[in-house]
Design a protein around this ligand. Sequence first.
Ligand code: AMP
Ligand code: DBH
Length: 537
Amino acid sequence: MTDTLPNGFSHDAAEHYRRLGVWNGDTHWKLFRRTVEARPHAPAAVDAVRSLTWAELDDTVARAAAVLTRAGIRRGDRAIVQLPNSVAYLETVFALWRIGAVPVFSLPAHGATDIRHFAAHAPATHYIGTAHPNKHLGRVQADLARPLPDGRTLTTVLVDDRAVEPWPADGPSPETPGAPEELAFLQLSGGTTGVPKLIPRTHDDYLYSVRASVDVCDLRADDVLLVALPASHNFTMSSPGILGAVQVGATVVFAPGPLPTEILPLIEEHRVTHLALVPPALISLLNYPDRAAHDLGSVRTVWVGGAKLSEAAARRVRPELGWNLQQVFGMAEGLVNYTPLDADVAEVVATQGRPMSPYDEVLVVDEDDNEVPPGTPGALLTRGPYTIRQYHRAPEVNARSFTAEGFYRTGDIVTFVDGVLTVVGRAKDQINRGGEKVAPEAVENVLLTHPGVHDVSVVGMPDELLGEKVRALVIPRDGAPGPLKPTALKRYARGQGLASFAVPDVIDIVDEFPVTGVGKVSKKDQSLQRPASSPEA
Ligand code: AMP
Ligand code: DBH
């Protein structure tokens, strides 16, 4: 027996949560099969080309599993999934769980550098991608032909996610699902380092978080959930998300993206009751001129999270859309907070909610890890039944990211008053681009490889819609041939395997960086944290 579970919990801690009944021995495959048995003829999943009941989905998942088995995927194997929002995405993920394989939840925006990192560190054997790649995904897929540092090459499976029957009929494959305490998947953190960190979640810990989310979100069997953010994001999967819908037997409708033009017709057509958005997508919806042309009366609740929502935008939701707002402050590492549905308006619009489980432990501390008085901003540390106690295979990162007692250092600066959290800033070196997390170091590393570049400093800059954008200050190399052009550098960054959201929005060519009193590059003087409530809305 190893000394911890894959998520870093000691066997004692695991036993503790089992005794409390919060870890109940469920698995993702059992969850799915229960809903298939309970609601075989109810609508399960819809996208632009397909509409399946739970029983039909059960069949197509079995076919998907046969295809993936034929491609060589076995119980315990790790497979990177990089698919657009689609029923085929859902089939792929549940097929992997049917086999007992481990999805690595890549976002479509991840670049070749990210994918190679996941492949090497998971380590993964397979890459499952779309047969209809855009330019960015075309570059990612072309790069897969190159061997990994250890000499292996990933086996690629391309799925026709736009076909009515993406899974060619094949022989049956046995069900070999994983056990509750085993690694269920690897989720990704936005990262503060050069590459995203892999987050190991077990069936037991994750499905508890799904049940807890369903409880505070009032999601029911006849509800219709619109998936508009990338399906494999932790928010979309579990807060309460796709798995919440599977848990209660609700219908999942896939939108290609969160633009008003992409979601409004679907809300009306499918009588959507719930959707999750990041703040920029909500603000775009609020400001969309043709909104009134659509009947949005079916929606009960919008969940907004991933980045701080301004109070001004939050205040507009109820009067202008007629929807409930639940702010969601979550992280793929675990802890999720919601504003309760019955909270008063002041709490809904101005806070990031309450920890969703009574077993979540929250500490707000100063630089020496001493707790600060209630209401004083400090660093948020957390521990509980669904917050990981280690990253996957990353001992050095683990030493900085967790305390000796197993608390996760979130890097967020918060206040905590009467059980309610408000995010007031961050201590981590990260840019939050409207919910998409960018590690400045990753962008700097790429730009530094350009022959015309002497030095780079990447910072966040305030942006009305996104909250923050990515800005690179670049010092050109002496004697480089010809002037350095921002557009050429952006094109270069795009070609170097960066995630598409990490390519700098703005590149400024400068002679030197702002420095602090002691001569250190001052990122504070280059970027401004957005004030808690900005007037963009
Ligand atoms: P990750 O660890 O990559 O999953 O990103 C989680 C981080 O996103 C959190 O630690 C916060 O910094 C940020 N975040 C998520 N939701 C919110 C929110 N509602 N308000 C402010 N920040 C948020
Ligand atoms: O930003 C996040 O990672 C996030 C936001 C809201 C999250 O993981 C979640 C809810 O579960």
